[in-house]
Design a protein around this ligand. Structure first.
Ligand SMILES: Nc1ncnc2c1ncn2[C@@H]1O[C@H](COP(=O)(O)OP(=O)(O)OP(=O)(O)O)[C@@H](O)[C@H]1O
Ligand SMILES: [Mg+2]
Length: 360
């Protein structure tokens, strides 16, 4: 009586828990092709999404033991299959994305949509709060003023800054399955903040963050661009690895303040990009000094640390940006300082020119 036996078998197999998912192997759909012959011979395949060989073997052996213990079973023949590395999607497959759309399962595929974009440049730093987002927004504006077609992708899923920096409060429109970027100050921009409320993203786990990033790359109508600047989150985490895996990075620009704590984090950032053959287009020293009313400079975070570090790392030094209270104010009001008549505007323009020289 194979049918009731099959039911008993399925029941027995629910006692086997996959430690990788915390679910039993029946509930997670890992047991495939379960057949029972009239004389009690059982066959099935254990299809596992993730996990190492060792773990798969342990699980397979537990499943066989559970099956053999069922009354009426005379033999069990089972194999474990795991996705091969090349066909396996990176964490967070096509379906686990928070934007209600089907994300491309691999970042490389998502990046193919950027075929109209000549160069993708990541702005990164090891340490948080050193001015990556401020620099990225103002560089984008400076490049647009130089006649380039510029995009700005905010890859900081947990802490998007672009909506504030560009004074954009609306949500993005989706047309024919494509997200329409905003145009502001001559720059095409997209941020997770244009899609969901930032507080929501805080509850997302790694795979969803990666799914969101793939969508910001692959499902946005970026169109033709000379340059796509990518504002990255602090540190060297999943977002950076995803960008590197996209194989679309022309290079990275590293931002640091002159203080030792920021410099050691910067070295880590440089090491990650170098290890993956991503060119370092240069180093920017931010918050380099504060100009006092009398005209002298106060080196709040130490003097010239990032410039020296750039030399040591044999990376081009792109320039120093002093502390400008107006820069902070302009950022908070959503009108980038680079659109205004201010000494900082010339500094951003010069850094933008040097980056473009490095790229070409
Ligand atoms: N040169 C500067 N002069 C004055 N204020 C600055 C300067 N650079 C950045 N700021 C201010 O410092 C704060 C941090 O800057 P920003 O958000 O750009 O850093 P970040 O590196 O992107 O931070 P996070 O790591 O959190 O993403 C902001 O309030 C910004 O306005
Ligand atoms: Mg930032």
């Amino acid at each position: 009586m194979p049918e009731p036996l099959k039911l008993k078998l399925r029941n027995a197999l629910t006692s086997v828990i996959n430690p990788a998912t915390g679910r039993n192997i029946i509930a997670e759909g890992a047991v495939q092709g379960l057949t029972v012959t009239d004389d009690g011979k059982v066959r099935f395949a254990l299809e596992l999404e993730t996990g190492e060989k060792q773990q798969a073997e342990t699980l397979l052996s537990a499943a066989k033991t559970a099956a053999k213990a069922v009354d009426g079973v005379t033999s069990v023949s089972a194999v474990a299959t795991a996705p091969t590395p090349s066909s396996a999607a990176p964490s967070g497959g096509g379906h686990t994305n928070p934007l209600g759309m089907q994300a491309k399962p691999r970042i490389e595929e998502a990046a193919q949509t950027l075929s109209g974009v000549k160069h993708v440049i990541a702005i990164a730093s090891g340490k948080g709060g050193v001015g990556k987002s401020t620099l990225t927004a103002n560089l984008a504006v400076a490049m647009a003023h130089q006649g380039l077609k510029v995009g700005l992708l905010d890859a900081d899923i947990y802490g998007p800054s672009v909506p504030t920096l560009f004074g954009l409060k609306d949500k993005a429109e989706v047309r024919d399955g494509k997200i329409i970027p905003f145009e502001a100050h001559g720059v095409r921009t997209m941020s997770i903040g244009f899609i969901v409320d930032p507080d929501k993203a805080l509850a997302w786990r790694g795979p969803m963050v990666m799914g969101a990033l793939r969508q910001l790359m692959g499902d946005v109508l970026w169109g033709e661009l000379d340059i796509l600047l990518v504002d990255t989150p602090p540190g060297t985490g999943d977002a950076h690895l995803s960008l590197i895996q996209s194989k679309r990075l022309t290079g990275a620009v590293i931002v640091s303040t002159p203080q030792e704590m920021a410099l050691s984090d910067m070295r880590r950032g440089v090491a990650l990009f170098r290890k993956t053959q991503t060119p370092i287009l240069g180093v920017v020293e931010n918050m380099a000094w504060l100009e006092l009313p009398g005209g002298e400079r106060q080196y709040i975070f130490g003097q010239g640390g990032a410039e020296r570090e750039a030399k040591t790392l044999e990376a081009p030094f792109l320039g120093a940006i002093p502390l400008f209270p107006e820069l902070r104010e302009a950022s908070d009001t959503g009108i980038p300082l680079a659109t205004q008549d201010h000494p900082a505007t010339d500094i951003f323009a010069e850094i933008a020119r040097k980056i473009m020289v490095g790229v070409s």
